[in-house]
Design a protein around this ligand. Structure first.
Ligand code: HEC
Ligand code: HEC
Length: 427
């Protein structure tokens, strides 16, 4: 749907591009052309399969995942769902610096769109799939706050029929405590430790499938096409930079973005991210525990209970190559954070991993000054752009808004009677 792909932008264009053949020198029109085409959403590759989740592309799993994403019963207090923080009408985030669930977290909510393309999830990349990611907040004391035994009971009571249609028979949960799991709550944790291993596995299997259903839903949440993409497509079609789609200020901003401001060093490709982790000297947020970013997360993802090589994954070991490519822990990972997509960025202030900056102007001011990092070493250098140039860059970033591309039903909360009641009433 978002990928009408290159096919409709016929071969004539490629001929036009080839006519400029030769190295694309930065600062030249030729270089700018290549950058525009490579950033265009039309160039986004087809969604790669997720071998770790056998149900990733199963429509019934996505429907179930949609309902689970909005179901507040999957929380310790009956009032938190994924959608509490990831609101579909706010770019699947919440617009506040530090996310609030059962408590307050130490980081800002990230948008969900396009994350099916991310090899590593979270600001520090401590999870290696969407389904493994989804299990984190469910057992975090400050987010959903519940436990996997509680969630297995919710599924058995409210979603049994739909769950079994996708995943097969529900395990027998007789004797499973109402709250039990490897969580911080001491009562739930000791209840978990007292359960026999076979019973723990039965509960964990249901919990894992909750994550896999939610991931099947999230795979449908993608970025829509923006004004910038029309600009790039038209440029590609005609071989000449179009002047009517973006204004002069916006075009000057694009020249800076991929030219002297060096933004495409990290924000590149159709999602405006290299999917890597970098230290950009973002200041600490007062009052939070020390946050070292990527550094501890590399070991974390390798030993994660739910990683691609775990027994809960559906992948063969050779399908988990991302885990092999992980750089060993090094000083460069100190306070390195995931490079966020810049699509729709103007619509989702505040910015950075702990909402340190309230506006895009503040973000650009940071890039312009490139202060020393609070720990580790910032990869930025001062840009020394003028106030007018900063305004141009901001104007360009605003051309990247194109909404969310997803089936309309997935952008709305499911009807209340769909939240498990359907399954219940048929029993
Ligand atoms: C209390 C608010 C809150 C709730 C509830 C919540 N999240 Fe998040 N989400 C966050 C925060 C904060 C982060 C970043 C955390 C970090 O990096 O440590 C995040 C990160 C993510 C990411 C990573 C995106 C990326 O680019 O790497 C995804 C995907 C996501 N959440 C999906 C979910 C799903 C699915 C659920 C429900 C099972 C959920 N979230 C529940 C706040 C929340
Ligand atoms: C060295 C890699 C790198 C370069 C170069 C870079 N960025 Fe970033 N950008 C990042 C990282 C990493 C983050 C997230 C940092 C954090 O949260 O601590 C980020 C965050 C952002 C954000 C906030 C997005 C959000 O959702 O919070 C914006 C806006 C942004 N960058 C724009 C730019 C612009 C404009 C330029 C060029 C002037 C640029 N970036 C250059 C790596 C880079």
């Amino acid at each position: 749907m978002i990928r009408q792909s290159l096919s409709c932008l016929a071969g004539a264009v490629l001929v036009a591009a080839a006519a400029h053949a030769g190295p694309a020198e930065p600062g030249t029109e030729h270089h700018a052309f290549h950058e525009a085409v490579s950033l265009s959403i039309d160039g986004l590759e087809a969604l790669p399969p997720d071998p770790s989740n056998r149900w990733a592309d199963d429509p019934a799993a996505a429907d179930l995942g949609h309902r689970l994403f909005f179901d507040q019963r999957l929380s310790v207090n009956g009032s938190v769902s994924c959608a509490s923080c990831h609101e579909p009408n706010r770019e699947f985030q919440d617009g506040i610096p530090l996310a609030k669930g059962a408590g307050t977290t130490d980081r800002r909510t990230m948008p969900v769109a396009g994350t099916a393309y991310s090899p590593f999830l979270f600001w520090d990349g401590r999870k290696d799939s969407q389904w493994a990611q989804a299990l984190g907040p469910l057992e975090s004391a400050v987010e959903h706050g519940g436990s996997r035994a509680q969630y297995a009971h919710v599924i058995a009571t409210h979603y049994r029929r739909d769950y079994e249609r996708v995943f097969g028979a529900m395990p027998d949960l007789r004797g499973v405590p109402a709250a039990a799991g490897p969580v911080t709550d001491p009562a739930a944790r000791s209840a978990w430790e007292r359960m026999p291993p076979s019973q723990r596995d039965a509960v964990t299997a249901v919990f894992v499938n909750v994550g896999k259903a939610i991931a099947a839903y999230e795979r449908h949440i993608q970025y829509g096409s923006s004004r910038f993409d029309r600009f790039a497509a038209e440029w590609k079609r005609t071989g000449t930079q179009p002047r009517e789609i973006l204004g002069a200020e916006e075009r000057a901003g694009f020249a800076l973005f991929q030219g002297k401001a060096g933004c495409t060093q990290c924000h590149n490709g159709p999602l405006f991210t290299n999917n890597e982790f970098h230290n950009t000297g973002v200041p600490r947020r007062a009052g939070l525990p020390e946050d070292r970013g990527r550094l501890p997360a590399v070991a974390g993802v390798k030993s994660d209970e739910f990683n691609c090589r775990s027994r809960w994954s559906d992948a063969r070991p050779d399908e988990c190559r991302e885990l092999d490519f992980l750089a060993p822990a090094s000083a460069a990972q100190e306070r390195a954070y995931k490079v966020p997509s810049l699509r729709n960025v103007a619509e989702r202030a505040p910015y950075m991993h702990a909402g340190q900056f309230a506006s895009m102007a503040e973000v650009l001011e940071h890039y312009n000054r490139a202060p020393a990092a609070p720990a580790g070493r910032s990869e930025l250098r001062p840009l020394r752009l003028s106030a007018a140039e900063l305004r141009q860059l901001e104007a360009f970033l605003r051309t990247l808004s194109g909404g969310i591309a997803a089936p309309a039903k997935f952008l709305m909360a499911p009807a209340p009677e769909q939240l498990g009641q359907r399954a219940q009433s048929r029993q």
